[in-house]
Design a protein around this ligand. Structure first.
Ligand SMILES: Nc1ncnc2c1ncn2[C@@H]1O[C@H](COP(=O)(O)OP(=O)(O)OP(=O)(O)O)[C@@H](O)[C@H]1O
Ligand SMILES: [Mg+2]
Length: 250
């Protein structure tokens, strides 16, 4: 029997993450980055895009929750960031509220037609710019405007198809409560995506540790262990989460 074909990978460039993903995220996968406030979701996504842009993979950050100029300002405190990546168009920031306004999507609850317009606009951006890495920060904010489960399901399935057709690997940020017991706003998102990476704050003997775990990743074997993460000026570092002492929930 012929050996199973190796899937192509999107090498995240975050060394610890690539190691536990057996080399990277399978190309074209759509991955949920789920976590409560301040767990490092945005920082992880930004590093993913910067590392991609460095490798010549055009990267797009679709921001809802924070203005692009603030994100770029924050990025400049990291050693791995070079402002030229933004000025030469390798790393592109788009503020979704500005896009909504331009597209005339002003209803609080997006209609089916408006959802279609949003998907086509993102698809066109990805195709025209040749985007290989995309971040949506956050899917939750978009989800508040797509209120029905069946519509969020449809939005994600269609967006996922468009992105994987374009060979674009994506991270969708999901804001969840600290003890929510699910990974997304509607609860259907985690079934549709190819991968789920969970981030949470764990308390140990008075300290707060940031912890990361890969819940699922279609198309690859991966570690299922918990890792303590540190957000350092040289990027995100991962170390095995050694149990012991007093642990409190997510
Ligand atoms: N430039 C930086 N230098 C040092 N630490 C930083 C920097 N940016 C962020 N952090 C640390 O990372 C933490 C998490 O930031 P981040 O914005 O990535 O979390 P988040 O999960 O996206 O939060 P939110 O849910 O509010 O969007 C911050 O609270 C801070 O402690
Ligand atoms: Mg954030």
């Amino acid at each position: 029997m012929a050996p199973a074909t190796q899937l192509e990978r999107c090498v995240t460039g975050i060394e610890g993450l690539d190691n536990i993903l057996s080399g990277g995220i399978p190309l074209g996968n759509m991955v949920l980055i789920a976590g409560s406030v301040g767990t490092g979701k945005t920082t992880l996504c930004l590093e993913f895009l910067v590392r991609g842009a460095e490798r010549g993979e055009r990267s797009l950050f679709l921001s809802v929750t924070e203005a692009s100029d603030k994100l770029i300002q924050n990025l400049s405190t990291f050693e791995f960031f070079r402002p030229e990546l933004v000025t030469n168009g390798s790393l592109v920031f788009v503020d979704l509220p500005v896009l909504y306004e331009r597209l005339g999507l002003e209803h609080e609850e997006l209609s089916e037609d408006e959802i279609g317009i949003l998907i086509r606009t993102i698809r066109d951006l990805v195709r025209q710019l040749g985007v290989k890495r995309l971040v949506l920060d956050s899917l939750t904010s978009v989800g508040y405007r797509i209120r029905r489960d069946e519509r969020i399901r449809d939005f994600m399935l269609r967006l996922g198809l468009e992105l994987s057709d374009a060979g674009c690997t994506s991270l969708l940020v999901s804001e969840i409560g600290p003890t929510q017991g699910r990974y997304s706003l509607h609860g259907v998102e985690e079934a549709i995506v190819d991968g789920v990476v969970l981030l949470w704050n764990a308390r140990r003997q008075g300290d707060i540790l940031r912890v990361l775990q890969i819940i699922k990743m279609r198309g690859t074997s991966h570690s299922q262990a918990q890792y303590v993460i540190e957000l350092t000026p040289i990027g995100l570092l991962l170390a095995p989460h050694l149990k012991g002492g007093q642990m409190e929930g997510q």
